[in-house]
Design a binder for this molecule. Structure first.
Ligand code: NAD
Length: 319
């Protein structure tokens, strides 16, 4: 894993105390490295990473996520297949499609965009994907590997992997740090908590996971050297909850309204994080913005996992 520490991604806004951790800049650097590696592998082995993205129905948030994933894969020179399936597709048809990509040698990653319609069992779908092509890292085998840690980890789930990479590249010390994670979902809270408690110089944290049944959320947050918030509640985290100088990672993406984009003239969602950014950035030492923070990192790590999947297959990367 070629993670490294670098303070150059940090910038300071005028009225802020906190340094801004810029996900977009970190993304560009990682994508640049991926693009170079794709070229090298293509020249040497005559193959490129292949990603199949499967979208069921027309949920606007899902469409925008899938579109971004497809565009990014194309930019990197991946083979990209996009399946847009009707809302009423049967489970059998979806499984048949997944089975086809499981067998397809040119496909290294299969991504089924969640959430799925009611009549499709999400759990069964995640089990149906070949764990060696599960670039989202949601298959129980990959979750088990993540829990074991170290060289067992094959496909870390993308959002937690992106958070971890941002913390490392921002030069924030995790070793012995008090980490508080707000949220215990399978896709963010639980895996990032797990990653940071592993015995590793880029982890070794003391981790607390808070959730809706936590008694005094504010008191836990106040202890945090690194506070990671993935609750889905806009502006939940108040400035009084922040230890001065703490690193605050805001995972929340909440659609609080709509506006007309100045760039495109089209209607776009107004996004807000789980942290009261304005006020918290006066107290924190480093903070991620929403948008432009964790979001871009998630797609980046999906691309990294897809490239790694090909590298595992070629035997040039081991687990
Ligand atoms: P989820 O709804 O599955 O889980 C939310 C968790 O937060 C739950 O475990 C719940 O116990 C906890 N929680 C909710 N309200 C709380 C409160 N008031 N106090 C304490 N704990 C509380 O959500 P998720 O899928 O983990 O996503 C969380 C947020 O992160 C959402 O806003 C989502 O849109 C965003 N997200 C962003 C990315 C990204 O790439 N940037 C990726 C995944 C999720």
């Amino acid at each position: 894993n070629d993670m490294h520490t670098d303070k150059k991604y940090l910038g300071r806004g005028s009225k802020m105390a906190a340094k801004l951790i810029k996900g977009i800049e970190i993304r560009e650097e990682i994508l640049g490295d991926i693009r170079k590696e794709v070229q090298k592998i293509s020249n040497k082995y005559g193959v490129i990473p292949g990603l199949a993205t499967i979208l069921v129905g027309d949920n606007p948030a899902s469409i925008s996520y899938v579109t971004l994933k497809v565009e990014t894969a194309n930019r990197l020179g991946f083979k990209e297949i996009q399946e847009n399936l009707p809302e009423d597709i049967s489970e059998e048809e979806l499984f048949a499609l997944i089975a086809g990509y499981n067998k397809d040698d040119t496909i290294n990653g299969i991504l089924v965009q969640l959430p799925l319609p009611e009549h499709i069992d999400e759990k069964k779908v995640l089990y149906a994907i070949d764990p060696d092509k599960d670039v989202d890292g949601f298959h129980p085998i990959n979750i088990g590997r993540l829990m074991l840690g170290g060289s067992e980890v094959k496909f870390p789930p993308c959002t937690p992997a992106g958070i971890h990479e941002m913390i490392i590249r921002a030069g924030v010390n995790t070793d012995g740090a008090e980490v508080v994670v707000v949220g215990r979902s399978n896709i963010v809270g639980k895996p990032i908590a797990n990653m940071l408690l592993q015995k590793d110089p880029h982890a070794n944290s003391t981790v607390t996971v808070a959730h809706t049944h936590t008694k005094d959320l504010a008191a836990h947050c106040r202890r945090a050297d690194i506070l990671i918030v993935a609750a889905g509640v806009p502006g939940l985290v108040r400035p009084e909850w922040i230890k001065p100088g703490a690193c605050v990672i805001d995972v929340g993406v909440n659609r609080i309204g709509e506006k007309i984009s100045e760039k495109t003239g089209k209607k776009v969602a107004v996004l807000r994080g789980d942290v009261d950014f304005e006020a918290v950035s006066k107290i924190a030492g480093a903070i991620t913005p929403v948008p432009g923070g964790v979001g871009p990192m998630t797609i980046t790590m999906l691309m990294q996992n897809t490239l790694n999947s090909l590298k595992y297959k070629l035997g040039i990367m081991q687990v």
